[in-house]
Design a protein around this ligand. Structure first.
Ligand code: NAP
Length: 353
């Protein structure tokens, strides 16, 4: 391996940005080049600008690093974006036009036709969209996105089932952690002793993103997978970890054992390539009747797996189960870092001269 590639983190002071900083400490392939955030933070050292909320300690290496504006010109070979969607649209395009690969965690560009919505275990062939995107923008830069935090936990479990048995219908009811709303996020008085049955825009994302991720890449286009998803999303008073109650119907009905084995044995490209952030098991199946639970299970496989439990027949659809994903690790910064590792392994991220 040649020298480490330098990553800039946009939105470095936010909930997702902090995870990037924590996960990039001692990364074998990448190092932090620059950090950037809003005008509120520009010019300040990181420890002053940022209200650190990640349970692990703030790494020493970033403490005194000064924040820059989110504008091209940053010392970096590529960019991670943890910006709010409202500003990511324009800022990420500016970086891509200036020749930077942008590995984004924001929602803005996810559903664009020539932007890969990448999950390395599922759709690495969608990376072929990048050359079409570069032709359109006439730039060596490009944008690659990872899914919404709820979608990715769900789709890691749906992918092996769809391949083996063909999904027909999916119903999912979510119980989503507070950190998913960023910082300061939901007001304490709204969520204490309460459950909020509405998260703006979330159900639409969960009902559409999996169909692009599981779609077939053909003739320069992703043809959406054809099954129906119904999502009902709730905010609950948990710090990290989205729990999802899922029911599925399938075209080829497996036995319960076959279904469990299909989930538990799922392995794919990141595991074959031994990418540094790849979970050994992308889907972990638990047998205990009262698991998964956010507090106990969110850090399995370093927060990079979907943890499934309570797999059983469903009297309405065919099978039902619960799953859990760590929303700021596999649901956000960890997903983007794994995407960058795959790009690096494919020769699509290079050091600038
Ligand atoms: P957050 O905690 O509110 O952080 C937002 C970050 O963006 C901060 O660093 C903030 O900098 C910066 N920022 C805000 N306005 C800006 C502006 N006008 N110009 C430049 N920088 C600006 O949000 P978050 O939860 O980390 O979410 C970031 C993105 O990730 C969103 O698109 C979100 O949908 C997505 N996402 C979040 C999660 C999650 O679990 N939280 C999961 C998946 C995806 P200052 O500190 O200087 O204001």
């Amino acid at each position: 391996m040649t020298r480490k590639l330098r990553a800039a983190v946009l939105g470095a002071t936010g909930t997702v940005g902090q995870r990037f900083i924590q996960l990039l400490e001692d990364h074998p392939w990448f190092e932090l080049g620059a950090i950037a955030a809003s005008g509120r933070s520009v010019g300040k050292p990181y420890h002053r600008a940022c209200s650190w909320k990640v349970p692990e300690p703030q790494p020493e290496y970033v403490r005194d690093q000064v924040l820059s504006p989110c504008r091209p010109g940053l010392e970096a070979d590529f960019v991670f974006s943890g910006l709010p969607s409202s500003i990511a649209g324009e800022v990420e395009c500016d970086f891509a036009r200036a020749g930077y690969p942008v590995v984004s965690n924001s929602g803005y560009h996810r559903m664009e036709e020539d932007v890969p919505l990448l999950v390395p275990e599922i759709n690495s062939d969608h990376l072929d969209l990048i050359s079409l995107q570069q032709e359109r923008t006439r730039s060596s830069g490009f944008i690659v996105t990872n899914p919404n935090c709820t979608t990715i936990a769900l789709v890691l479990a749906l992918a092996p089932l769809h391949r083996a048995f063909g999904l027909e219908r999916v119903s999912v009811v979510t119980m989503q952690a507070l950190s998913g709303a960023g910082y300061p996020g939901v007001a304490g008085l709204d969520v204490a002793d309460n459950v909020l049955p509405y998260i703006e825009g979330e159900e639409e994302k969960v009902e559409t993103e999996p169909l692009k991720i599981l779609g077939n890449y053909k003739d320069g286009k992703v043809e959406r997978a054809e099954f129906a998803i119904s999502a009902q999303c709730h905010r609950v008073s948990v710090q990290d970890g989205h729990l999802e109650a899922v029911s599925v119907s399938v075209r080829l009905l497996p036995s319960l054992d076959e279904l469990v084995e299909t989930l538990a044995s799922f392995r794919s490209l990141p595991q074959e390539l031994d990418l540094p952030s790849a979970p050994r098991r992308p889907v972990v199946c638990l047998e205990e009747p009262d698991r998964p639970q956010p507090r106990l299970d969110r850090n399995l496989e370093k927060g990079m797996a979907t943890v499934v439990g309570r797999i059983r027949p469903c009297p309405v659809l065919d099978y039902k189960f619960d799953l859990l994903g760590h929303n700021t690790i596999r649901g956000a910064a960890g997903a983007a870092i794994l995407n960058a590792e795959l790009l690096r392994a494919r020769g699509m991220l290079k050091g600038k001269e």
